[in-house]
Ligand binder design. Structure first.
Ligand SMILES: C[S@@+](CC[C@H](N)C(=O)[O-])C[C@H]1O[C@@H](n2cnc3c(N)ncnc32)[C@H](O)[C@@H]1O
Length: 342
């Protein structure tokens, strides 16, 4: 039987969740997970989600909920620090619905925080989605292999699809199709996909942070540090940073891939306000603040980001896509199914 989310205070008793457990984390990795969690929850309190997180994920849960019943197998693809899973479990606990929830993510620092928060629930299972091959290369595990042939009733993916490279989205859609029961559903949200649905009075979720990245290309100290690197190193470094907030894909790429994999689709959208304070907390998460590297970690990096963010958010407000307090981000929500049932 599942344990209620508000009984999740750490530590007394045994860890009952199954699957992957972190080990040997550095202090920096622990802080990275903690910082992203605190970007989603005021002071890290799971009862106090910040507005943008709640307003986006609540709609995803509303869309997914009719597909979830007692004993459903639910997958959260791209769980991060557990933000979507925590809100889903709150909603299921309130309804008295008991499921098996499989959390999947490749980023050890953030996923460890999810384990820290949800590791005492016996209805939650953790799967790290990357593995090291014999050659030493890291690769993504296939969802069918992770589930060992079991089929899910529902796969959710919150704020993750825009991070999947266009060249792999087709294969991922096939993995989702191959991992769902016949009457299963795939439900996702994203605030960073281009679409005709987006009102001009809104931006994409990552627009301010892409603007920060562009502004910091001109930063003198940063440029001086880059010029000390060998050309190859500098190019690799800059390419890596460009992948943190990638150029947004069109929603058509995602929908095309899902159609090819045999899915029917229904799309909804919503404008979600993102306060300046929340935007700052978000982009200062170490993993994301790396866009300012090789500026030194800490004050040097954070101050440069704060200055650039201020300027980026002022431009967004001047364009009518926000105001002094917040910017408006446009989110799309997809529900997909494999046969004629809805
Ligand atoms: C913004 S977080 C969303 C976390 C969580 N779903 C939530 O709503 O708070 C996106 C997650 O996607 C994961 N991710 C990034 N690239 C990925 C990829 N190519 N395949 C699978 N997951 C990826 C990241 O590790 C990260 O935890």
């Amino acid at each position: 039987m599942g344990m209620r989310i508000d009984n999740l205070s750490p530590a007394i008793g045994t860890v009952v969740a199954t699957g992957w457990e972190p080990s040997g984390l550095s202090d920096a990795e622990v802080w990275d997970g903690e910082a992203y969690h605190k970007a989603l929850y005021r002071d890290g309190d799971t009862n106090r989600p910040v507005k943008w997180h709640k307003n986006s994920v609540d709609k995803l849960i509303e869309i997914a909920s009719p597909h979830i019943d007692n004993e459903s197998l639910v997958v959260d693809y791209g769980s991060g620090t557990g933000g979507s899973a925590i809100e889903l479990l709150k909603s299921l606990d309130e309804r008295g619905v008991e499921v098996e929830l499989v959390l999947i993510d490749p980023l050890v620092s953030w996923f460890s925080k999810a384990r820290d928060l949800l590791g005492e629930r016996e209805d939650v299972h953790f799967e790290l989605s990357i593995e090291r091959e014999a050659s030493g290369r890291t690769s993504f595990r296939r969802l069918e292999d992770i589930l060992e042939g079991r089929k899910a009733d529902v796969i959710i993916s919150s704020s993750t699809l825009h991070l999947i490279p266009a060249k792999t989205i087709g294969d991922l859609a096939l993995q989702f199709a191959g991992s769902l029961k016949e009457d299963g559903a795939f439900v996702w949200d994203s605030g960073d996909l281009e679409s005709d649905l987006r009102p001009e009075s809104s931006a994409l979720l990552h627009d301010p942070y892409r603007a920060v990245r562009e502004l910091l290309r001109l930063d003198e100290i940063r440029s001086a540090r880059l010029s000390e690197m060998a050309d190859d190193e500098k190019d690799g470094h800059e390419r890596r940073l460009d992948r943190i907030f990638p150029t947004p894909l069109s929603i058509d790429v995602v929908l095309g891939a899902l159609r090819e994999a045999g899915f029917s689709s229904e799309i909804q959208d919503k404008v979600v306000s993102f306060s300046r304070e929340d935007a700052e907390n978000f982009v200062l998460v170490p993993r994301l603040a790396e866009i300012a590297s090789p500026l030194h970690l800490g004050e040097e990096r954070d101050d440069a980001i704060r200055g650039a963010l201020d300027s980026a958010l002022r431009s967004i407000a001047d364009e009518g896509r926000g105001n002094d307090e917040e910017y408006r981000s446009h989110w799309v929500f997809g529900r997909h199914w494999l046969n004629q049932s809805t």
